[in-house]
Design a protein around this ligand. Structure first.
Ligand code: FAD
Ligand code: SF4
Length: 488
């Protein structure tokens, strides 16, 4: 028997007798996430984190103190009963654990992988507070993933209420749309999801790379919806193929949910951004993920730059995904250029850690001034400026201030701009009476209802570029309100 298994057996004996003291729980070593070797994974697109074993999951679950007030729950946007599902894992009751999670979250295998737990539930965990180190919190996300993966084979199709005769249109098939489709279908409505791309899943499919979120997981969720009777109309752009008004007034839909996300890339607006070799991160990732450009010539129709030296501009999750994708597509050197310091980077700590392990060169407190061409219209280099940090700005982060005269040049053949995304404007432009704010986001009330009757919205098109769990949370609220509205 391995040392880990022996330790687990000893701890379980005490735990089952009610004798495992908080002090002993603190002494259980935090279970690291097994991962593919950093050198090997540079050459493949397989998932980096390989998931807990059963022994690791139960050891990690035993670290939970079962706090009376469970402060972790306050950090969870959808209020999962964390201590209950963690306790069920410690007891080896995985089905029960999964059912507890699914009361509040419909996509645990996705959230367990991509939620920023370190700034949500885990940040509030008593164990993290005790060690003054969020890395030592109970690994709630990893446990969620463990139990969701365990349940993969055992998931049953949810019960569906008798047909109501009402039709629901879900516009956009991201995580918010998936949740609305599930909850409205459960209530017995006839649900159709309209998706602009040829494949459903939203950012989970076109943005977040395979090595962080295997596409088979998203496909399984979509298949589950199809089994429930949800219809998918892909290659269907609402606002072009049909408008929201036409769906409601001519096509017989009784209610609609708009979950079209924030897919409009922002650019730097600097000289040289029109050169060949400059991509938005959205385009780069869509080519790589959705269109499988890494298989170009071997079954995929979409090409992508064959790059040697790549500069990625930005410091968020999207920038990390783009940089790590460039490495896997064969780039020899990938620079991540960010105008603040690493402490201000919005990307998840785990992504930063993995990116560094994979050899991405972080160039912080630097920012491009212009992109230089080779005379034939192709990117040749980047001219950058050095920065220092000034006073905090509106976001609370210290403002980056350029250092005059600090220009320098980096040779690159590809530039990927990953400085954020704005709201997709099409629906707003083609739906009269739909109230939008000055950033182009749809305005909703606390039920996610828009200014139009029967029309609801949520996720990034309402919140601005946010997170999967927040989109799912709004989907839940909107679906409950839609089901209520459709009762009348
Ligand atoms: C590269 C990348 C990495 C990310 N990493 C993380 C992460 O690690 N953790 C995390 O929590 N969040 C992450 N996010 C953010 C997260 O993915 C989003 O907040 C979330 O997906 C938003 O969900 P949504 O339901 O609003 O729809 P989206 O996922 O944005 O999907 C919207 C869908 O609507 C479709 N659509 C758009 N316009 C139309 C139209 N007119 N008609 C029909 N369909 C339309 C789009 O094609 C798309 O499929 C990441 C985002 C990106 C881009
Ligand atoms: S705060 Fe941490 S230790 Fe306490 S119940 Fe939640 S996960 Fe367990």
């Amino acid at each position: 028997m391995t040392d880990d298994k022996k330790l687990l057996q000893e701890l379980l004996e005490k735990h089952n007798n009610g004798d495992l003291k908080p002090k002993e729980r603190y002494e259980i070593p935090p279970q690291g996430m097994p991962a593919q070797d950093a050198t090997e994974r540079r050459d493949n697109i397989d998932e980096v984190a390989t998931g807990y074993t059963e022994t690791q999951a139960r050891l990690e679950a035993l670290r939970c103190l079962q706090c009376k007030n469970a402060p972790c729950v306050a950090g969870c946007p959808v209020k999962i009963k964390i201590k209950d599902f963690v306790s069920a894992i410690a007891d080896g009751q995985y089905q029960q654990a999964l059912e507890i999670i699914k009361e509040n979250s419909l996509l645990p295998s996705v959230c367990g992988r991509v939620c920023p737990q370190e700034v949500q539930c885990q940040e509030k965990c008593t164990v993290a507070k005790r060690f003054k180190d969020v890395d030592k919190a109970v690994a709630i996300g990893r446990l969620e993933r463990f139990v969701a993966d365990w349940g993969e084979e055992n998931d049953s199709t949810p019960k569906i209420a008798p047909p109501t005769g009402k039709k629901v249109a879900v516009i956009g098939s991201g995580p918010g749309g998936v949740v609305v489709a599930t909850d409205c279908r459960r209530a017995g409505h006839d649900v159709t999801v309209f998706e602009a791309f040829h494949k459903p899943g939203g950012v989970l499919v076109y943005g977040i790379p395979e090595f962080r979120l295997p596409k088979a997981i998203v496909e399984r969720e979509i298949k589950g919806l199809e089994k429930m009777g949800v219809k998918f109309e892909c290659n269907f752009i609402v606002g072009r193929t049909r408008t929201v008004k036409q769906l409601l007034e001519e096509d017989g839909f009784d209610a609609a949910y708009i979950g079209v996300g924030a897919g409009l890339p922002r650019f730097m607006n600097i000289e040289g951004e029109q050169l060949v070799g400059v991509y938005s991160a959205n385009e780069y990732l869509t080519r790589a993920n959705l269109m499988k450009a890494y298989q170009f010539g071997e079954g995929a129709d979409t090409p992508i730059a064959v790059s040697k030296k790549v500069a990625v501009l930005g410091g968020g999750n999207v920038a990390m995904d783009a940089a790590r994708t460039a490495v896997r597509l064969g780039a020899e050197e990938v620079y991540l250029i960010y105008r603040r310091s690493e402490a201000e980077m919005p990307a998840r700590v785990e992504e930063v850690h993995h990116a560094k392990e994979e050899g991405i060169i972080f160039k912080t407190l630097q920012n491009p001034k212009r992109i230089l061409g080779d005379g034939d219209g192709y990117v040749k280099s980047l001219e950058c400026l050095k920065y220092e940090l000034g006073e905090p700005d509106d976001s609370g982060r210290r403002r980056p201030v350029p250092i005059e005269g600090s220009e320098f040049e980096i040779d690159v053949d590809t530039v990927i701009v990953a400085i954020g995304n704005g709201a997709n404007p099409l629906i707003g432009q083609t739906t009269p009476g739909l109230e939008m704010n000055k950033w182009g986001n749809i305005v909703v009330d606390e039920d996610c209802k828009t200014s139009l009757d029967g029309v609801y919205a949520g996720g990034d098109i309402v919140l601005g570029a946010a997170t999967v769990i927040l989109a799912m949370g709004q989907g839940r609220i909107a679906a409950a309100a839609m089901n209520d509205y459709l009762k009348d």
